[in-house]
Design a protein around this ligand. Structure first.
Ligand code: OGA
Ligand code: NI
Length: 352
């Protein structure tokens, strides 16, 4: 009898999570030492009122200090009073959710496993290539400058471009203010990166995690840090966990209505010469309802290299990282398996 070729039947458009399987196929089962808890501890993460950035004097100075402390101690914080209305947030989540409910034929227009495509629908991380599969479906698209990309975004659902476009543009503005506060907190001033980031890349990762029959055996996304300078996430329900480096425990980011989540990415760790740390995080699942998250990743331009600020290096603190661009990250991700613990940031570290 001819030996059957072992191949992965779960490719984009045909995965267990898209088909709503009532069991978890072997490819999705992660080693027991890496499995999540169904009753995780809740993280005590900073909640920052960034309305204070719009004030002057001591209020603003306090907010900048809080942001700096959060970037240094946790690499993550939640923000409130961010100025984006609840209807804009709800609108973005609602068109995202409606997109994933469309028939496969509609989503197929965007299906691609090429990580360099400016708009693409895919599943897991690199389906059929990576060792493990993850219970995630996603649509990724570039968003800055909006006019250059929006015509490539889905036309269906009919309000997708308008609602996601409004959200993207408001998040882009917000990211500039927060990044200004971050560079100010490093002593580099609020305008340090403004022009480069203003013209930089904004990648929207619109994630959908369908209910999973065995959420204790699988993950939506494996542990990773984002390559970005800064990532801002909006979610429909909890499911993001962050790694506490002090004790090695995973903790769930608590739900806070109307809040957005801010991650320090690898490129801010590089800029800060390691004073700020990119946060390692993962997405966990539940068996009851679909979770939607919209991650907006902000970085410099495609080929613009992010290096460590000269001001933050001296004889006592030599430069710890090599410079790199978004394209360098894309090359890395196309060749490496995140689920095997490969980290882009590790490849940038200079060994003395
Ligand atoms: C990501 C990510 C987390 C989430 O898209 O990079 O980490 O909560 N998402 O979906
Ligand atoms: Ni991430």
């Amino acid at each position: 009898m001819a030996e059957e070729k072992k191949s992965n039947p779960f490719t984009i458009g045909n995965t267990a999570q898209e088909r709503g399987f009532s069991y978890v196929p072997d490819q999705y089962v992660i080693p027991s030492s890496s499995r999540p808890s169904l009753d995780p501890e809740v993280a005590n993460v900073p909640v920052i009122d960034i309305g204070k950035l719009r004030e002057e004097g001591v209020q603003r100075a306090n907010a900048i200090q809080e942001i700096g402390n959060a970037c240094r101690d946790v690499g993550f914080f939640q923000i409130v009073n961010h100025g984006i209305s609840q209807s804009v947030l709800d609108g973005a989540l609602s068109v995202a959710s409606d997109f994933f409910k469309l028939p496969t034929s509609e989503k197929a227009k965007f299906m691609s496993s090429d990580v360099c495509k400016p708009v693409r629908y895919a599943t897991s991380i690199k389906d059929g290539i990576d060792k493990f599969q993850y219970w995630r479906v996603f649509l990724k698209h570039y968003a800055n400058p909006l006019a250059e990309w929006i015509d490539l975004w889905p036309k269906n659902p009919p309000e997708y471009r308008e609602k996601m476009g409004t959200y993207s543009a408001e998040i882009k503005n917000l990211s500039l203010n927060i990044m200004g506060a971050v560079t100010e907190s490093l002593g580099l001033g609020p305008k340090y990166l403004r022009n480069k980031i203003g013209d930089g890349m904004q990648v929207m990762a619109v994630n959908c995690y369908p209910p999973c029959p065995r959420p204790e055996m699988t993950l939506g996304l494996p542990p990773h840090s984002d390559y970005s300078c800064l990532t801002i996430i909006l979610q429909s329900s909890p499911g993001l966990e962050i790694l506490d480096k002090r004790d090695g425990n995973w903790r769930l980011v608590p739900k806070l209505n109307g809040a957005l989540q801010v991650h320090v990415g690898d490129h801010f760790e590089v800029l800060s010469n390691g004073i700020y740390k990119s946060v390692v995080h993962r997405a966990v699942l539940n068996s009851e309802k679909t979770r939607i998250s919209i991650a907006s990743l902000h970085s410099l331009g495609m080929d613009e290299k992010m290096g460590t600020a000269k001001e933050l290096q001296d004889d006592n603190l030599p430069k710890k990282y090599r410079e790199s661009s978004f394209r360098d990250f894309l090359n890395f991700i196309s060749k490496n398996d995140l689920g095997e613990g490969k980290s882009f940031l590790d490849t940038l570290k200079i060994k003395y």
